[in-house]
Design a protein around this ligand. Sequence first.
Ligand code: ATP
Ligand code: MG
Length: 286
Amino acid sequence: MQETLKIAVQKSGRLYEGSMKLLKECGIEVSNGNNQLRVLAANFPLEVFFLRDDDIPEYVQDAVADIGFVGENVVRESNKEITIIEKLGFGKCRLSIAVPKNGKFETLTDLNQKKIATSYPLILSGYLKEKNITASIHEISGSVEIAPRIGLADAICDLVSSGSTLFTNELKEIETILLSEAVLISNKNLSAEKKLILESLLFRIRSVKKAKNNKYVLLNAPNDKLETICKILPGMRSPTILPLAESGWSSVHSVISENDFWNAIEKLKAAGAQGILIIPIEKMIL
Ligand code: ATP
Ligand code: MG
């Protein structure tokens, strides 16, 4: 019988949707219709365990699960013997120190000898030590943002994405201590057979990620502008150029990275490109 790779994902919460979407984009069918805690994928040797996110690093360390999708913040705080294999591009947030908006603290140094409330005591104490700040850390498991208002602490250290929770609680960020996103973690002692399944999953994940970071560009260009346009659009090797029915014009096809995108589009227009179409890429195998 073929082995299956056991993957732990968050049962519900901020990483659930992203985790299931990524598996789907990898062509792996997992139905969690009955809210089961354990589901076998229909078309890939994968068994999915749905767990609380805080438990995932420990389960992966102890080989209850072989791999997991979990926030890097949780991995760093748990400090378990596991390997981070790949960043996954969703669940992006930052762990930041914030203080009351109209209070007397402005910088990290102002927090010397003060009290900071957090659910991340390990990451915070490491950071404070590195910066030579002595503050007392008050560990709480939730609703950290109300701590200063109820007199529990002078500052907080918590996860932020848009910053709207800080805003509603009249707090301002003064220091980012960790940038986080969902990561793929693995047990350190996978069997050879499990490693092969992981390689195959990783190949799919990387193809999906690459496709997301790139766009397919299709445009029309007058032939005398082709050289300039091709310099703006390097493509995977070089752009594909096909003659149009209208003489003196060509159709140019290429792939462009999300980061260069807006910059390049402006240059392409200025160089005489017309009818520019930008098409999402589903998978990218190089
Ligand atoms: P569980 O019930 O599984 O323990 P939780 O309440 O601890 O869930 P969530 O709030 O669902 O956790 O967040 C899961 C992860 O989502 C976080 O650990 C973090 O990596 C990521 N995340 C992204 N943006 C945010 C944010 N604004 N606030 C909190 N977590 C965020
Ligand atoms: Mg949790």
